[in-house]
Unconditional design. Structure first.
Length: 128
C-alpha cells in the first residue's frame, strides 16, 4: 500500500461572532464548495473560488411547469376514471357520463391554453 501524503493533520481553530459566522456562511452558500472547511481553506490559501448564480427566469419556468404538471395530471386522472366508469355503465347512465366528460374535457382544454400562454410568455422573455 502506498502512504497517503495528502491527509490533513494540522488544525486551525477560529472563533467567530454569530454575525461573522452568518457573513461567512452566506459567502460559502454562493460558491460551489462542498463544505465550509473547503471554502475557508481556499480563502486562506488564496485559491480561486467558483461562485454560482441562479437564473431566476429558469426557476420561474420550473415552478410554473411543476404546478401545471400537477394540474394536468389531476385532470388526466379524472378523465381516466370517467372512461373506466363508462365501461361499467348501462345505456341510461351513459347520458350523465357524457355531460361530466364534456366538463372535464373543457377543463383540460383550459389548462392546455394556460400552458401555452405561460410558455409563450417565457419564450418572449428569453428571446429579448
Amino acid at each position: 500500500m502506498t502512504d497517503r501524503k495528502d491527509n490533513r493533520t494540522k488544525w486551525v481553530h477560529l472563533r467567530r461572532l454569530p454575525a461573522e459566522y452568518r457573513i461567512l456562511h452566506n459567502k460559502f452558500c454562493k460558491t460551489t464548495c462542498r463544505s465550509l472547511s473547503e471554502f475557508v481553506r481556499k480563502v486562506l490559501l488564496d485559491q480561486p473560488i467558483v461562485a454560482t448564480y441562479r437564473n431566476t427566469s429558469q426557476d420561474d419556468l420550473l415552478g410554473a411547469m411543476a404546478v401545471m404538471t400537477d394540474e394536468l395530471n389531476a385532470i388526466g386522472n379524472n378523465i381516466n376514471q370517467s372512461v373506466k366508469r363508462l365501461h361499467t355503465l348501462r345505456e341510461l347512465e351513459a347520458h350523465g357520463w357524457a355531460s361530466k366528460y364534456a366538463a372535464e374535457s373543457s377543463a383540460l382544454q383550459e389548462k392546455i391554453n394556460e400552458v401555452k400562454l405561460v410558455l409563450n410568455d417565457i419564450a418572449a422573455r428569453w428571446l429579448q
